[in-house]
Design a protein around this ligand. Structure first.
Ligand code: APR
Length: 310
């Protein structure tokens, strides 16, 4: 008898419960929701579980204020932290969120020593690095969610511009998960195999890139709080790639060890996600401009990492 994969989500707020919703809908795994707010994750888990008979979903969904129930998870998603408010950058969350992430990771690894960890808390690349250090896990199993989200925003805006199906739009964003330093790569984007530059004028590509950079900020300004539908879908895509060993090519934040000429920094690069976590890092043939943007992005992340108390 096999067993279903087990996925824990720590931080059952907006992004956490939306991730659970996407995962449950696709029947990806049994789910454990953890939060420090007393009883809240139990309530959300019960609510989602009760949608099962309507949606034909058999996975088990439980909530907890502790970590006993998380034992033996295959994937743990770390979303605990505070989210940004309008006018704030992701970087401004570093002091509060690093304390939260450290305490969460210490608990998580005790109960699930073989799990792959997906980090979502901002500032993303620094929190991924902190998780790598605190967990002591191999770098293959510490993966930051950044490019999956930034790329789906990029692809959305491309699809709207060309008026074609999102299914045919391929495009990726690498670099830091910040408005200023992310590196959208229009030169590598295509629609059904047709290069983006063949379909869209340079000034419109610039506009798409600019809107992608502010993708999260635009939503935060509209809602007064940060996004959750697309972030949740991006996390669910990564979880599925791992638990179903799909070998998806999804840009994610990972510790570099010589790739792109960098070491000892976590930053978004194209990676292959499968059953072993990050199974491969793809080195792109960046041109001078893209390489310079990536270098600047690495420098920004190194600054954030430098301010962590490690
Ligand atoms: N342990 C467990 N849960 C915690 C802890 C902790 N130590 N500290 C905070 N939390 C929980 C909060 O109680 C809250 O329910 O994390 C949850 C965060 O949820 P929201 O406030 O709704 O924020 P959300 O929009 O989901 O964003 C969460 O993701 O995108 C990032 O920057 C964002 O770091 C933020 C995180």
């Amino acid at each position: 008898m096999g067993r279903r994969p087990k996925v824990t989500i720590v931080g059952a707020g907006m992004v956490g419960h939306t991730t659970a919703h996407w995962l449950a809908t696709e029947e990806i795994a049994d789910l454990v929701l953890v939060d420090i707010i007393e009883k809240m994750p139990m309530g959300k888990a019960l609510d989602l579980q009760q949608a099962g008979p309507i949606r034909d979903v058999d996975v088990s969904i439980v909530g907890s204020n502790g970590y006993e129930e998380t034992a033996g998870s295959d994937v743990v998603v770390i979303i605990a932290g505070i989210a940004r408010k309008p006018g704030m950058t992701r970087e401004q969350l570093i002091d509060t969120n690093s304390g939260i992430v450290r305490s969460v990771v210490e608990q998580v690894v005790k109960h699930s020593p073989d799990a792959a960890l997906i980090v979502v808390t901002n500032p993303l690349d620094a929190m991924t690095y902190l998780t790598y250090k605190v967990s002591g896990f191999p770098r293959e199993r510490v993966i930051g969610e950044s490019g999956a989200l930034d790329s789906t925003r990029f692809r959305t805006f491309i699809a709207k511009e060309v008026g074609l199906s999102v299914e045919d739009v391929s495009g990726m964003v690498i670099g830091a998960h910040t408005d200023k330093d992310m590196v959208p790569l229009p030169r590598f984007a295509h629609v059904g195999g047709v290069p983006l530059g063949h379909l869209v004028a340079p000034d419109r590509i610039e506009a798409i890139v600019a809107r992608t950079r502010r993708g999260g900020a635009e939503i935060t300004e509209l809602m007064g709080s940060s996004a959750f539908f697309a972030p949740g879908a991006a996390i669910a895509q990564m979880v599925e790639a791992i638990v179903r060993d799909k070998k998806r090519l999804i840009p994610s934040s990972v510790l570099l060890d010589g790739e792109y000429g960098e070491r000892n920094v976590c930053i978004g690069v194209p990676v292959v996600l499968g059953g072993r976590g990050v199974e491969r890092i793809i080195e792109l043939p960046l041109n001078d401009e893209e390489r310079a943007a990536f270098k600047a992005s690495v420098a920004a992340v190194r600054e954030h990492i430098g301010s962590l108390k490690l």
